[in-house]
Design a protein around this ligand. Structure first.
Ligand code: GLC
Ligand code: CA
Length: 582
């Protein structure tokens, strides 16, 4: 099962991770082996045969480190320890072993832009101004306004709807945190900090046999450390969007190259996939993923996840209707930017930070959810790059029901926006904001992907025998693994089939050049994948109505390889129909 180079792809340019199908496991919600309501590592080990039967090559395990869990483990208090609810270091070693036995690999999530405020490093740093680790984080004195009121060192808005600066009484200074106040930013400008990160977070786990990392917030480690104020774009607020102060900063490539040279390269062909935000220019993305840059294997470009979101940080959770040309332009851009270069790309449409793709890009209405899940599967498996699937995507899991109240939502980011909106609505500043944010969260919240994995139709979706940390979906009796496993027409069986086809036609699907046809069409997405003199034609109807197949003549000389319909007529595409011709 493990990926290997084919004759059609020149050796030397085909690292093992290029043709891999990666499956993201969100440990809290995957499988609870001991009934305490939390998923755990032994639960993942138990499901490795399931992942193997699906056709997975690499498991990406979201953070499982010790953590006070303010941001679901993206706030690490000890890189060398596992959250007790998830298990032990030994359990992770067992998981490595279970994967390797089946020819699969395991990658972890490397979260090193910030640590938890409960990490020993931060505790020392905050203890006094002359502590040896004071400079491992960013500490700055306050400013004062004309009336003498204390003000943060700069006016930045963080990702979780508050200032990036928190006042610390002990030493009478502010510290920087792009995310929650419990996630202080590590100071990468300090060489000793970097060395500690490499040792504790990277080498410690590579020594245990893991095969690589998904690298969290990969372009935010180098800041403009003079912290100038950001321009005022939201005059009603005292905090302003300021991502240019920390994305792709002055020393970022120096840092990543150093981490590569000192921590990845000595372990061989380690797979690294960076989470790359706010880097619209492909030229700048290549600086991270060109093989000659020696920084990262590949990155996630987040545009696809942003479809339907507001254009700015403040507007993120205000739903904006979108057109299919938006998706086409994003897919085309990040599919084709590596052509003729030594870079590599990724294909994904779900992760733990986004709503479910069926609910966002297909339809979760009962009559369409299976067919649209399969249509989206066809889009994903025909894409160039390393393919990533998120847990539950393979059975067509959908967003939480619309009538769930805010009390069912647990995510620190969504709740931050909701509380802020409550205040702004109550103060009369923006009376409708609360409703607009709630409406956006119903589609876009990070919570939707964090519901328990639906294993069977029993209580709590068979995820736990106890009380799940997050409510299981009301439809888990209808959408679950058990029901789909022996049904040849299920979404799960479809994924298994098309993942095999992806490998069979790897030269076209994984390595082919990408070209959109009939770009202006807002109903159907049609594209060609080609390599040498061979071609695949993919056509996807993104609507719940029948549509004319405008490119039907392009099928001449090709035959239908796979479709999500049993039978169809050439010139008409049924609702959410998808076909691949080769
Ligand atoms: C990344 C993670 C997200 C987390 C954030 C802070 O964006 O994907 O879940 O909240 O980093 O670590
Ligand atoms: Ca458990």
């Amino acid at each position: 099962m493990s990926p290997h180079a084919q004759d059609t792809v020149p050796t030397g340019t085909n690292n093992w991770w290029k043709e891999a199908t990666v499956y993201q496991v969100y440990p809290a919600s995957f499988y609870d082996s001991n009934g305490d309501g939390w998923g755990d590592i032994p639960g993942v080990v138990e499901k490795v045969p399931y992942l193997h039967s699906l056709g997975i090559d690499v498991v990406w395990l979201s953070p499982m480190y010790d953590s006070p869990m303010h941001d679901m483990g993206y706030d690490v208090s000890n890189y060398e320890k596992v959250l007790p609810a998830y298990g032990t270091v030994k359990d992770v070693e067992d998981l490595v072993e279970a994967c390797h036995q089946r020819g699969m690999k395991l990658i972890l999530d490397l979260v090193v832009n910030h640590s938890s405020d409960e990490h020993a490093w931060f505790k020392e740093s905050r203890s006094s101004k002359d502590n040896e680790k004071r400079d491992w984080y960013f500490w700055r004195p306050p400013r004062y306004d004309e009336a003498g009121n204390r003000m943060p060192p700069s006016n930045y808005r963080g990702y979780f709807a508050g200032s990036t600066w928190t006042w610390d009484e002990t030493t009478q200074e502010y510290y920087l945190h792009l995310y929650a106040k419990e996630q202080p930013d590590l100071n990468w400008d300090n060489r000793a900090t970097r060395e500690a990160i490499y040792n504790s977070a990277v080498r410690f786990w590579l020594d245990k046999g893991v095969d690589g990392f998904r690298v969290d917030t990969v372009n935010k480690y180098s800041k403009h450390t003079d912290f100038p104020d950001a321009p005022i774009t939201d005059p009603k607020s005292d905090i302003q969007p300021a991502i240019q102060m920390w994305c792709n900063g002055p020393r970022i490539h120096e840092f990543l190259r150093e981490m590569y040279d000192e921590s990845f390269a000595p372990y061989g062909d380690v797979m690294t996939v960076g989470e790359l935000a706010n880097t619209p220019n492909p030229k700048n993305v290549l600086e991270y993923v060109g093989a000659s840059a020696k920084e990262l294997s590949m990155v996630f470009h987040l545009d696809i996840g942003h479809i339907g979101m507001g254009p700015s940080l403040e507007e993120k959770y205000i739903f904006h209707p979108w057109k299919l040309t938006k998706m086409k332009s994003i897919v085309e851009k990040w599919q084709s930017f590596i052509e003729g270069t030594d870079g590599w790309t990724t294909a994904f449409c779900e992760n733990h930070d986004n709503g479910r793709s069926v609910s966002r890009f297909g339809s979760d209405a009962p009559e369409f959810r299976e067919i649209s899940a399969k249509m989206l599967a066809l889009m994903m498996v025909t894409m160039t790059g390393t393919l990533f699937i998120y847990q539950g995507q393979e059975i067509g899991m959908i967003n939480a029901p619309r009538d769930w109240s805010i009390d069912e939502y647990k995510d620190i980011e969504g709740l931050g926006y909701y509380r802020e909106a409550e205040r702004r609505s109550a103060s009369g500043d923006d009376p409708k904001r609360k409703e607009r944010i709630m409406d956006g969260l119903r589609i876009l919240a990070r919570d939707h992907s964090r519901l328990p994995m639906q294993w069977d139709g029993s209580e709590h979706a068979g995820f736990t025998t106890g009380k799940p940390w997050m409510r299981a979906h009301d439809l888990s009796k209808e959408i679950n693994v058990k029901k789909q496993e022996n049904d040849p027409c299920s979404v799960l069986s479809f994924w298994k089939d098309v993942l095999r086809l992806r490998k069979k036609y790897r030269d076209l699907f994984i390595h082919g050049a990408f070209e959109v046809l009939d770009y202006e069409n807002q109903e159907t997405f049609c594209f060609v994948k080609s390599r040498d003199d061979r071609q695949a034609l993919v056509v996807l109807n993104f609507t719940a109505a029948s549509q004319p197949f405008t490119q039907a003549e392009k099928t001449v000389g090709k035959s239908l390889l796979v479709s999500n319909y049993d039978s169809s007529c050439l010139e008409t595409l049924g609702p959410f129909e998808g076909r691949v011709y080769v």
